[in-house]
Write a protein that binds this ligand. Structure first.
Ligand code: NAP
Length: 264
């Protein structure tokens, strides 16, 4: 089995990552960044997001495992003191995995025929920070509303506990195959009106945003921020691809939610 170990730069993660690599080598695993079968991240959910984007073109062949060195995360199941147990599970591996939905984002530009595509694990957010963003929101080709405000964000089920939650979105169980649309500071008055509530979009539907101002936009795909000139429209839907996690253990989803947000 070929294993990549990806860690963040906190002293604790570097220490745990180093120890993990040494123990994996002792047990005859091959440590390599090149075409690994398993990617183990050491850090937090942010570290897993980073690793996801590094290996985004190898999702069919790679499985992820998250070791957390801070608090229990949504993508990180293992604690730093459980390295020996993790290595034992890797040795007994049966290739079982659990998969989670991903968001596909297609971007179109007014000055180019070429579109761009990205995959997001948490969410994609578009904002116009200079002026009010105006966007016609289509659901499955039908005009639903004209949004005015700071921006719009579309999240995956596993992203529902991240930025989406701060926007007032619902927390979705990752088995729910759907995406969620959230408004960022919409203008709602007698003249302008949008729904104002988060919307859960079914897996056979998609969201199309027709951006009404040919300005520059700020696009967030997970932790990446990109300025987009001449962005004219975006289509967001569930991807046919999914992220795979090695399923050696199962942490009850609502226990994670309790642990992260309530802590009792
Ligand atoms: P960051 O500072 O690395 O992350 C912000 C926080 O979000 C961290 O505590 C991170 O957990 C947590 N997080 C990431 N994915 C999560 C998930 N699926 N469920 C629950 N918590 C999650 O921020 P960044 O690098 O700019 O962006 C990474 C992600 O953070 C974005 O995709 C976005 O969803 C989220 N974020 C949220 C807000 C907000 O709520 N206002 C603002 C910015 C970014 P760890 O500490 O375990 O890494």
């Amino acid at each position: 089995m070929k294993i990549a170990v990806v860690m963040n730069d906190s002293p604790k993660s570097l220490k745990v990552g180093k120890e993990l690599k040494q123990k994996l080598i002792q047990e005859d695993f091959e440590i390599t960044k090149d075409r690994p079968n398993v990617v183990i991240t050491v850090g937090g959910d942010g570290t897993l997001l980073n690793a996801f984007h590094t290996y985004v073109d190898q999702l069919d062949t790679v499985r992820f495992i998250g070791v957390h060195t801070g608090h229990l995360g949504f993508y990180t199941d293992w604690r730093d003191y459980e390295i020996d147990q993790l290595i034992k599970s890797l040795k007994e591996d049966t290739s079982k995995s659990v998969t989670y939905p991903l968001l596909e984002v297609e971007l179109n530009y007014s000055d180019s025929e070429k579109s761009k595509k990205y995959l997001a694990l948490n969410e994609a957010t578009v904002k116009n920070l200079d002026k009010t963003m105006v966007a016609e929101v289509y659901i499955k080709n039908e005009l639903f509303e004209t949004f005015r405000g700071d921006g719009l964000s579309v999240s995956t089920p596993t992203g529902s506990t991240a930025y989406s939650k701060s926007l007032g979105g619902a927390v979705l169980h990752p088995r729910v195959n759907a995406i969620q649309l959230n408004e960022v500071a919409s203008i709602n008055n007698r003249v302008y009106r949008s729904l104002g509530s988060p919307m859960i979009i079914a897996n056979d539907e998609w969201i199309h945003l027709d951006l009404k101002r040919g300005d520059s936009y700020q696009l967030h795909i997970d932790h990446f921020v990109m300025n987009q000139e001449n962005l004219s429209s975006m289509t967001l839907k569930l991807s046919e691809k999914r992220i795979q996690f090695a399923s050696y253990r199962h942490t009850h989803f609502w226990r994670r939610v309790n642990d992260a947000f309530i802590g009792e």
